[in-house]
Design a protein around this ligand. Structure first.
Ligand code: FES
Length: 628
């Protein structure tokens, strides 16, 4: 992809060319605009994991022409040779005159394998969308009817309390007469959204969507049979505004225009997914309802509601209750009168996605004591059984997404995703079986676990120097220790290291999640030994190796057999709420009854967090092969 920026008098005319497709975009930007902002506004896909703070290095581009001097952040992340060759960070580089930018297409580079499937309970088919076939009496002069009254009367008890939106009413008289007064009535919730001739049989569809901070997954369902027809997934295009929810809130809070830009991005992705789901099998207008599970911030942004006050003390969301709106009100392109239902949240940063996980895993109906963890930039943790459930959210930060890590990247081609200790040295697996470009979250956890086992990292997280290593450390491992820009580091592969600072980032992330789990266990008065099961939800959890997650203390020290993966449980919960009204009601009762724990208000939280940043002294589980 090539971007040309030329002086245009009142600013700069910016031209974007995708080398792959030869398509061209152009825009005008004021002097002083960051290249990242220019690219984002033009709709260019670019990774900006740190949200423009200049710390992740993911927005790297090549620039020639009149731009600002490299900032300190760029000098810290790019070496002098790279800077001389024109490598820059788009978020740090300001347009100062005509310039030319070359960047890789992030979609091609980073499309990861997105986790679409999750375990869920089977549910009876009882959706919120119904289709009723009715025959109306012919109008007669002697009666004093109206078409609508006749329709509602023909529907019998089902017609009581139904409303008819104006567009349906506008078409009703003509449709009834064309159909000979024999029609199919489509109802969503309490609204008659369509009336069609009885012989016109169209698909009756719904979509369940998991709106994640990183990825968005949609599943199309036949609401007559309950069968899944298609699944589609995309990266969340909001990632150009930062990987974590706090960066997104900051951007959305700047102005109504910025809030709208974030909403447009996520709604655009959902609409792309809808288009793919329908391709060759249905029309968008056949989809009458969409059920969304998202965290609190994603739900706010998708609905176009500012999450600004979630990031300011005392951290109040605009709403927690289930939200129902017309799809077109928020730009979702399904049936013109189709509806969108957002699952309710539990509290602050514990949103509808966590409710969906509880629903799908049946935490609220089981006697088993279970700990469910969704490891993400915000780690959501739920503990308990049907007798009592507690939930909290911990700010784990984006380290496991590859941000703030020297050579961190998301789980995409070129990422080291597994590290093993084999014959006295390490063996790295690289996604796409190609040369390593960086290390993703699961590879990072593996690497730290391996360094702990080998004795190269101590319980405080200190990476030892060669002279400090225990005598039994094999030479192959010892020779990987080096100093990179004045910092201790361990070489994973050519050009890919894990540094002392990276290990500290892992400690911060795992410490936050472990402290959250420990606080919930303390409040419930249970110990790890009493846990019947630990459930790992979400994409990241699915790629973790249980023994390594236990070794670094991310998970409580239990037998690895008690750790299970439940996949994309958020999407699975949304499916249940789409297919079954009783389970939707169950979700609403989960949101009301699960006790939200604000861990930052726990008096000894900081002490517990500091303790949990330490690594366990001993192995907590036995080594195992990769679990997929
Ligand atoms: Fe530019 Fe992170 S360094 S977005």
């Amino acid at each position: 992809m090539s971007i040309g920026v030329t002086d245009a008098g009142t600013g700069f005319s910016v031209e974007v060319t995708y080398a792959e497709g030869n398509s061209t975009l152009s825009g005008r930007f004021a002097p002083g605009t960051s290249l990242l902002r220019a690219l984002v506004e033009m709709g260019v896909e670019i990774d900006a994991v740190c949200g423009g703070a200049g710390t992740c290095g993911q927005c790297r581009v090549r620039v020639s022409g009149a731009v600002s001097q490299p900032t300190q952040e760029e000098q810290a992340l790019l070496d002098p040779d790279e800077l001389r060759a024109g490598q820059r960070l788009a978020c740090q580089t300001l347009v100062q005159g005509p310039c030319h930018v070359t960047a890789a297409d992030a979609r091609a580079l980073t499309a990861p394998a997105i986790l679409t499937e999750g375990q869920r309970q089977q549910v009876p088919l009882q959706p919120n969308v119904r289709e009723l076939a009715v025959a109306l009496p012919q109008p007669e002069l002697e009666r004093n009817p109206s078409d609508l009254e006749d329709l509602l009367r023909a529907l019998g008890p089902t017609g009581e309390g139904l409303t008819i939106p104006l567009p349906t009413l506008q078409r009703l008289p003509a449709t009834l007469r064309e159909a000979g007064f024999s029609v199919r009535v489509r109802v969503v919730d309490r609204h008659i959204v369509a009336v069609a001739p009885a012989e016109e049989v169209r698909p009756l569809l719904g979509v369940a969507v998991d709106i994640g901070t990183t990825t968005v997954v949609g599943k199309l369902f036949d609401l007559r049979t309950g069968h899944a027809l298609a699944v589609a997934a995309r990266l969340n295009a909001q990632r150009a505004f930062g990987e974590d929810v706090i960066s997104r809130i900051q951007h959305a809070s700047r102005s109504p225009h910025d809030l709208h830009a974030l909403q447009e991005r996520v709604v655009g992705v959902v609409n792309e997914i809808v288009e793919e789901l329908c391709a060759g099998r249905a029309q968008r207008s056949d989809i009458l309802e969409m059920v969304c599970a998202g965290n609190t911030v994603m739900t706010h942004l998708a609905a176009g509601i500012s999450p600004q006050w979630l990031a300011q003390y005392p951290y109040v969301p605009a709403f927690r209750a289930p939200l129902r709106c017309q799809a077109r009100e928020i730009g979702i392109a399904i049936h013109e009168l189709g509806q969108v239902y957002f699952l309710p949240g539990i509290g602050r940063f514990v949103g509808g996605d966590t409710v969906a996980v509880i629903l799908a895993a049946g935490l609220d109906t089981s006697d088993k004591l279970r700990l469910a963890v969704d490891v993400g930039t915000n780690g959501e943790i739920v503990l308990g059984s049907r007798h009592r459930l507690l939930a909290c959210s911990t700010a784990a930060g984006p380290a496991f997404e590859g941000a703030h890590i020297t050579h961190g990247m998301r789980a995409a081609e070129g990422a080291i995703d597994r590290v093993d200790l084999v014959d006295g040295d390490i063996r790295c697996h690289v996604l796409g079986e190609t040369a390593a470009r960086g290390v993703c979250g699961s590879g990072l956890i593996d690497a730290v676990a391996v360094l702990l086992r080998a004795g190269l990292v101590d319980v405080s997280g200190r990476l030892l120097e060669p002279a400090q290593c225990p005598p039994n450390v094999p030479e192959a491992l010892r020779s990987r220790l080096r100093t990179v820009r004045g910092e201790r580091a361990f070489l994973l592969a050519d050009q890919v290291v894990i540094t002392q600072r990276d290990i500290r980032e892992v400690q911060l992330a795992k410490g936050a999640i472990a402290a959250g789990a420990r606080i919930l266990m303390g409040l419930l008065g249970v110990t790890p030994a009493e846990l019947d099961q630990i459930l790992l939800a979400g994409a990241f959890g699915n790629f973790l190796r249980r023994d390594n997650a236990i070794r670094i203390g991310l998970l409580p020290a239990v037998q690895k057999e008690r750790v299970s993966f439940i996949g994309n449980a958020a999407c699975a919960g949304a499916e249940m709420a789409l297919l079954s009204n009783p389970h939707r009601e169950r979700a609403e009762s989960i949101a009301r009854e699960v006790e939200y724990v604000e861990i930052s208000a726990i008096p000894d939280f900081q002490d517990l967090f500091a303790e949990e940043m330490m690594f366990p002294a001993e192995e907590g589980g036995e080594a195992e092969g990769p679990v997929r």
